[in-house]
Design a binder for this molecule. Structure first.
Ligand SMILES: [Cu+2]
Length: 252
């Protein structure tokens, strides 16, 4: 009678080796880094303006609370960080327009980090809760670092390469300073405005009720012929968050 050899016990190979706690820890690290970076960039941006932007300020406070919760109530902390990233990310979708204007480097980099970082944070939070494999967190983290470098490079090069226009004799100068237009500008029909943006942020010179709607890149001047009927018009900047920028243009 043949002896029956004992069957050696085999390890459980149904789960990848990095699944579970190690995966959750890797995604958690990615989540912490991501919310840390976009919060730091938000705070620097507000300090440069300098203005408190309510959604970004609330985001910074809630991120702080979420990071604190990670220690005592880990899953709650992850949910808080994911939820605030999702809410403020959706609320900030209007700023995606900055991504089309890399020559206004500060707005471009801030929008890319604020929106891309929040998307990454939402993904990381979901993956922590799913205890997804760690390899994905490492790949996505590496991709985010590379992409951030590319965004910084593009914003810097485009800003340096873009020189704007020069004022010409006879132009009526309109300076944008301290996040505002002059209260009142007077021109004759057919004159040319020279709108000089003296700030490191992108603005628009938008004359309400007319087709005059011109992007003024950061730290640049743009010449704008005034081909509109005589009258007094409201001038605004149509960039989200710039609602306080108002003036009037009187065309004689
Ligand atoms: Cu503006």
């Amino acid at each position: 009678m043949a002896a029956i050899a004992p069957t050696p016990s085999t390890p459980d190979t149904t789960r990848p080796p990095d699944h579970g706690d190690e995966g959750a820890a890797a995604w958690r690290r990615l989540l912490i880094w991501t919310v840390g970076v976009f919060t730091a960039v938000d705070v620097i941006f507000m300090a440069l303006i300098p203005t408190i932007i309510p959604p970004l300020a609330i985001s910074a406070v809630v991120v702080g609370i979420g990071l604190g919760l990670l220690r005592w109530l880990p899953r709650t902390g992850v949910v808080v960080l994911g939820a605030i990233s999702l809410l403020v990310g959706i609320g900030g979708l209007g700023t995606a327009e900055h991504l089309a204007h890399p020559s206004s480097g500060l707005d471009f980099v801030h929008a890319a980090v604020a929106l891309g970082g929040r998307l990454l944070a939402v993904v990381a939070a979901v993956q922590v809760l799913r205890a997804a494999a760690a390899a994905g967190a490492r790949r996505l983290g590496a991709a985010a670092v590379v992409l951030t470098g590319v965004v910084l490079l593009v914003g810097t090069v485009a800003s340096l390469a873009s020189t704007g226009e020069e004022i010409e004799s006879g132009d009526v100068e309109v300076a944008i300073t301290e996040h505002d237009f002059p209260d009142h500008t007077v021109v004759d029909a057919g004159d040319t405005l020279f709108v000089d943006n003296q700030e490191p942020f992108r603005h628009t010179y938008t004359v309400e009720g007319t087709d005059l709607d011109v992007v003024i890149p950061a730290s640049q001047g743009v010449r704008i012929p005034v081909d509109i009927a005589p009258g007094t018009y409201e001038v605004i900047c149509d960039i989200p968050g710039h609602e306080e920028m108002r003036g009037t243009l009187e065309v004689r």
